[in-house]
Design a protein around this ligand. Structure first.
Ligand SMILES: Cc1cc2nc3c(=O)[nH]c(=O)nc-3n(C[C@H](O)[C@H](O)[C@H](O)COP(=O)(O)OP(=O)(O)OC[C@H]3O[C@@H](n4cnc5c(N)ncnc54)[C@H](O)[C@@H]3O)c2cc1C
Length: 411
């Protein structure tokens, strides 16, 4: 990341290309998603834009270069995510599945596993999807808890050269895949004899073994395919275990570092859109008075505070994504700040901007409330701030030798 904070010519190009794609394909998609009441039909609406994004090479942009992809640095990721999430954060979440599901493959996979599990996402057409199957009905904040606590309930029972996986999973994007027969790759957090482990199931193992119990009807991010499913006798070769049995807790936590950092950028995208709406309202609306309401100092103060906080979260998220994706030692701490501070700031800022607009904002057809619905998701997805993320910060602060200046490079 350049210390000057100027975007390079390539990053300027990425920003314009991503914005053009979003305006051409994601704006209309977001309108169509809002108009469709059925959660499954809503999620399927994304497929044509997904295919266009694959053809344009964007999916490869989620795969690091050493594994055959074309991912840039963390700031590049932030630029793309902000431009797309400004129109359709649900689309980004759908497409970014490999960011989480393949992270443990890169970390612990053998060269053969990496080549096989990454291959579908290097395709130049189609709509390959990946799911990180961590969350379970009944809660996952304590997925590492040992018996007699439930911890991770999904089991992987050895049978010859295979594991037989049974259990219920929830929330993760694309658990059923486009057609109910599963995503191209599902990284399953499960309990094997050696402890919590990660086993990768491919479509050939999943087809016919996924029972969808419910497609969630989300109030925001409504185009995400999120469901509660039952995995029934999913037979996966033991060769699909990542690392060793018992390594799953650390691998799972690491898998969510980069995506946690990205939540700050999702919050920026929602704040930026809400700011734009409130700003235009303040500049043009007199609300029966003799001047535009921006002339009232109290209104301008709301805008000033909001703008400053958006800029702060944007820079924090750039730094966090850069550190997380480059495996910098500060990556975890910066990702946690971007996740927690970014998501909570997002809710506060958009709520303030709604108060600026006043009662008009409370009409479903007025375009600001939808961004609060999106922002409300960010403190609770990617590990809720209370149940997962603040606990991780708590652990970090209690680590022997923790230096408060080191994350900022000022130690
Ligand atoms: C759009 C969307 C996409 C998602 N994508 C994925 C995905 O790709 N993969 C995936 O696996 N999941 C995904 N999720 C689920 C998401 O990551 C959740 O954050 C995750 O299920 C954990 O939920 P939770 O943190 O609320 O934990 P829960 O276990 O449900 O805990 C609930 C609450 O209990 C309290 N709590 C529980 N234990 C403790 C504790 N030890 N200390 C303090 N407080 C505690 C906290 O207040 C916490 O918020 C997604 C969800 C959505 C909506």
């Amino acid at each position: 990341m350049t210390v000057s904070f100027d975007l390079s010519p390539e990053q300027e190009q990425l920003k314009h290309g991503s914005r053009q794609f979003a305006e051409a394909h994601l704006r209309d998609l977001a309108d169509a998603v809002r108009a469709e009441p059925d959660p499954l039909r809503r999620a399927l609406l994304a497929r044509p834009a997904f295919e266009k994004a694959v053809e344009a090479g964007f999916l490869k942009g989620f795969i690091p270069v050493p594994f055959g992809g074309a991912a840039g640095n963390g700031v590049d990721a932030a630029i793309l995510i902000e431009e797309w999430a400004a129109h359709s954060p649900d689309f980004v979440i759908s497409m970014a599945g490999p960011l989480i599901a393949l992270a443990p493959v890169y970390e612990a996979g053998t060269p053969e596993q990496i080549a096989r599990f990454v291959a579908p996402f290097l395709a130049e057409r189609g709509a390959p999807v990946a799911a990180m199957a961590y969350s379970e009905p009944g809660g996952s904040a304590n997925f590492d808890a040992a018996p007699p606590a439930e911890g991770t309930r999904t089991t992987a029972v050895p049978d010859g050269d295979e594991y037989v996986i049974n259990g219920r999973k929830a929330w993760a994007s694309h658990l059923p895949g486009w057609d109910g027969d599963g995503p191209d790759v599902m990284t399953i957090v499960c309990r094997a004899p050696g402890g919590v482990s990660l086993v990768v199931a491919e479509r050939e193992h999943l087809a016919g073994h996924i029972e969808v119990e419910e497609y969630y009807d989300l109030p925001g991010l409504a185009g995400c395919m999120t469901a509660r499913v039952r995995l029934v006798d999913v037979r996966v070769p033991k060769a699909n275990l990542l690392g060793e049995e018992g390594q799953g807790v650390a691998l799972t936590r690491n898998a969510f570092v980069g995506s946690g950092a990205s939540i700050g950028t999702f919050a920026v995208a929602a704040m930026r859109q809400a700011f734009d709406i409130a700003f235009r309202f303040a500049r043009t609306e007199k609300r029966g008075g003799d001047v535009a309401i921006i002339e009232h100092r109290a209104v301008s103060d709301v805008l000033a505070d909001a703008k400053g906080r958006i800029e702060a979260v944007r820079l924090l998220s750039w730094r966090a994504l850069d550190a997380a994706l480059s495996q910098h030692p500060a990556g975890l701490e910066m990702a946690l700040h971007a996740k927690i501070f970014g998501s909570e700031t997002g809710v506060e800022v958009i709520n303030d901007l709604i108060k600026l607009v006043g009662v008009e904002a409370y009409d479903r057809n007025f375009p600001i409330l939808r961004h609060l619905h999106e922002a409300l998701a960010y403190p609770v997805i990617e590990g809720s701030n209370i149940g997962v993320r603040r606990r991780q910060l708590h652990d970090l602060f209690r680590t022997g030798g923790y230096d408060p200046l080191s994350a900022s490079g000022m130690a």
